[in-house]
Design a protein around this ligand. Structure first.
Ligand SMILES: Nc1ncnc2c1ncn2[C@@H]1O[C@H](COP(=O)(O)OP(=O)(O)OP(=O)(O)O)[C@@H](O)[C@H]1O
Ligand SMILES: [Mg+2]
Length: 765
């Protein structure tokens, strides 16, 4: 049976007394002091219970938990201020039945709570688990003396073990109370194990974080310490302390430059950061680098004095011919001189390699007395190459534009955007912004972060083909440069390339002479190009060899070495190209066409072969879509006109036609091979040989009409280079003949045709 007794009660604010535990307590509240005095005197029991809210002073029954502990006072000491120090041992847990407040003391009646426990084996197991969890916990938290652990492991009763451990653990008050209230020993132990394990885990995490933080602190302390030592060593050696001076200098520089307000603020702000960072640290290097960029890019423009005479002189000094283009450039400069604005169109030079696009750009810069810088856009696929990487990237740098600006050192250079046709589509939008006069005064580079004014820059673009995106094309005025004729190349060599090479190689004017024939033979047999770049290389090679000859023979007297057509082999080896292709035997199915490519014009041989089959068309030779369609159209035309063309009807279904365009590695496209293909097919069917001294160009329709083509000049130059003088062109291109150089008009036998039949009549013999 449960017993009901009434005993004095004390309320504890923030601790729970467990059965078995001995707690030192300081009692202050009068009623509690009375309670302990009475109990100590009578050596009777006292009920110790915890209050729910530790801040309450005057307690009611409702403020207390319902389960408490009967305790026995072991030690008692009254202090001067009226408080009492006691040592209380907990005996057993009780539930409170009734509380009576008797003015000077609180009393309560209670019922003793019996531990509920059945399976003693299982409890024993749980007890061990509890002890080992507790030991584990204290391994990391070594505040507890070893003898406590010993004492605990010597307790037999699992319930007592549990209560003892609970009293030693730093638990929250509510957790302590919860454990006290659990009369089921199994549940109590399980609860405690759970609490201990989660605390251990928390503790481990905390420890890990602490050690990481410590390591970091140690590292920066070490850096700081080393830096301080370095400074001390420098002082000892008499080296002045670097940092303050450097910062002063940077500050002075920032203030003295005509930077934009935004940029100078940014620079000063970064400088402030730099002051507070140990010198030589990674971060200080990054910041210094950044400030160096802000200071290093140009903030002022070069003085400008434009003279039209001087400009014209400069343009003529470096380039032969190109009259129309030079005129356009002079107009451009004149307008600029008047308006002082570069908001006009951006010039874009389009033409085959080596015709002087880049060098013209340089001459314009000379003419305007401005620094010249080049950006090669070929193969640029990433916007960051134009606009830079954010500073957060390791090794970040500004993009090519800002880099180029720095190189040119003024805000108004001439920047040549080379190979704009080879630019990837990703960086295009950045370039559009750069070229837009409305936007480029506030250009932002990702690295620089501040706006930079590009509006005073004159941009000139170059490209080999018109394969430029429309938005870009829209911003530019295209100026086309064409390939040169042999005669033009001869002039360029004599008046520009040779004098330049003589000077560059330290020769005197009379030490080397080139025969006209020698030059022409270099053009014909050692180069195959629209421009003059290889010609320049060959002449340079010869000049170098001549210099070597003169130097090693030690001749001081005025010796002249003359380069003749015959001596070329000695300097350049055997001929690379054989122009006498005309002597090639006429062959059934093989016809000379003319093609236009990025590198200028070219002779394109087309072959057609009749093979047993079922009337199919086979095509090979790395052909583009348009060219393949041309082949189909030509084939259909031939089939539909077999009677007129004198082809046996049954041959059409008995044979396949295979059309091939040799040099398979070079991609070919465009419609202008139409009449050539058609001629080759007809030749294959009829076994008539085509003339090999004729070349042709023209698109063909399904009914055999010949349509006009582009790139006439380049194509004719190529024919002439290859020694083919009879040319068939579409009637609609007749108007272009006027514009051709006289040499082409005079040397070539050009015939204009309207229908394929005229072609076939001329070519097939
Ligand atoms: N009309 C000319 N008069 C004198 N020299 C010329 C002329 N055209 C080209 N050259 C010379 O030919 C060389 C090659 O010219 P440049 O580098 O300007 O060619 P480019 O058109 O830019 O070629 P690419 O498309 O390959 O860049 C230069 O040394 C240049 O001086
Ligand atoms: Mg170039």
């Amino acid at each position: 049976m449960t017993e009901k007794l009434t005993v004095p009660l004390i309320a504890l604010r923030d601790i729970v007394l467990f059965p078995g535990a001995i707690e030192p307590l300081l009692i202050g509240r009068t009623k509690s002091v009375n309670a302990v005095c009475k109990t100590y005197e009578e050596q009777s029991d006292i009920l110790v219970v915890t209050q729910k809210d530790p801040s309450i002073d005057e307690i009611n029954a409702n403020d207390l938990y319902n389960v408490g502990t009967i305790g026995h006072i072991h030690n008692f000491m009254k202090l001067n201020d009226g408080t009492v120090k006691v040592l209380i041992k907990g005996l057993y847990r009780v539930s409170i039945d009734n509380i009576s407040d008797e003015d000077d003391i609180i009393k309560a009646s209670y019922t003793k709570l019996q531990n509920k426990s059945r399976n003693s084996k299982m409890l024993e197991g749980l007890k061990r688990a509890l002890i080992s969890a507790f030991e584990q916990f204290y391994k990391y938290n070594k505040k507890l003396p070893q003898d406590v652990l010993n004492m605990i492991s010597n307790i037999d009763d699992p319930s007592q073990t549990c209560d003892m451990i609970a009293s030693y653990l730093p638990l929250k008050m509510s957790e302590q109370q919860e454990i006290l209230e659990l009369v089921n020993v199994k549940k109590r132990i399980e609860k405690l194990i759970f609490i201990i394990e989660s605390q251990t885990e928390l503790f481990l995490v905390e420890k890990k974080i602490k050690s990481r933080v410590r390591k970091q602190v140690e590292k920066s302390q070490k850096e700081y310490y080393l830096n301080e030592q370095l400074k001390a060593i420098n002082r000892e050696l008499g080296n002045s302390e670097e940092q303050p001076d450097e910062i002063k200098e940077l500050k002075h520089k920032i203030k003295s430059l005509p930077m934009s307000k935004e940029a100078s603020n940014k620079a000063l702000q970064e400088l402030n950061r730099l002051k507070n960072i140990p010198n030589f640290s990674q971060e200080s290097v990054v910041i210094k680098n950044y400030i160096d960029w802000l200071i290093g890019i140009p903030w002022s423009q070069s003085k400008e004095e434009l003279s039209m005479e001087y400009a014209e002189e400069m343009l003529n000094k470096h380039h032969y011919g190109l009259d129309k283009i030079k005129d356009r450039i002079l107009e451009y400069i004149a307008v600029y001189k008047r308006t002082k604005k570069v908001k006009s169109q951006i010039l874009c030079f389009v033409g085959p390699p080596g015709v002087g696009k880049t060098s013209l750009g340089k001459s314009i810069a000379d003419a305007m007395k401005r620094p010249f810088a080049r950006i090669s856009l070929g193969g640029v696929t990433d916007e960051a190459e134009i606009r830079g990487h954010r500073r957060t990237y390791v090794g970040a740098m500004p993009g090519r534009l800002i880099q180029t600006m720095k190189r040119s050192s003024v805000t108004n250079p001439i920047i040549m955007l080379d190979e704009i046709d080879k630019l990837g589509s990703d960086p295009e939008s950045a370039l559009l912004e750069v070229l837009d006069p409305e936007q480029n005064s506030t250009f932002t580079d990702n690295y620089l972060e501040v706006q930079y004014d590009l509006s005073k820059v004159i941009f000139i673009a170059t490209a080999n083909s018109f394969d430029i995106s429309l938005p870009l094309l829209d911003r530019m005025e295209v100026i086309q440069l064409n390939g040169y004729t042999e005669e033009e190349k001869l002039k360029i060599a004599k008046d520009f390339i040779i004098p330049k090479q003589i000077e560059e190689n330290g020769l005197k004017n009379n030490e080397i002479k080139f025969d006209d024939n020698a030059i022409l033979n270099i053009v014909r047999y050692y180069t195959m190009e629209s421009g003059v770049r290889n010609l320049e290389r060959k002449i340079s090679k010869i000049t170098r060899k001549v210099v070597r000859k003169l130097v090693s023979s030690g001749s001081e007297e005025n010796q002249t070495i003359t380069i003749t057509a015959d001596s070329l082999q000695e300097y350049l080896g055997i001929k690379k190209y054989n122009q006498d292709i005309v002597s090639r035997e006429p062959t059934v199915g093989v016809v000379n066409g003319l093609a236009w490519t990025e590198t200028g014009g070219d002779v394109l041989t087309i072959e057609a072969l009749k093979i047993p089959g079922t009337g199919q068309l086979l095509t090979t030779g790395k052909l583009g879509e348009v060219m393949q369609e041309s082949m189909k159209a030509a084939y259909s035309f031939v089939k539909s006109q077999y009677q007129v063309l004198k082809i046996e009807e049954e041959d059409l279904s008995k044979y396949d036609i295979h059309v091939h365009v040799p040099e398979g590695a070079v991609p070919k496209d465009g419609p202008s091979a139409g009449i050539t293909i058609c001629t080759a097919i007809v030749s294959a069917f009829t076994s008539k040989k085509p003339r090999s001294d004729v070349a042709m160009t023209g698109e063909i329709t399904l009914v055999g009409k010949v349509l006009p083509i582009g790139g006439l000049r380049e194509k004719l130059l190529a024919a002439r280079r290859n020694g083919i003088n009879n040319i068939l062109i579409p009637k609609d291109n007749e108007k272009d003949i006027d514009e051709l150089p006289n040499i082409l008009k005079n040397d070539l036998n050009i015939k204009c045709v309207k229908h394929i039949n005229e072609v076939l009549q001329t070519v097939l013999i």
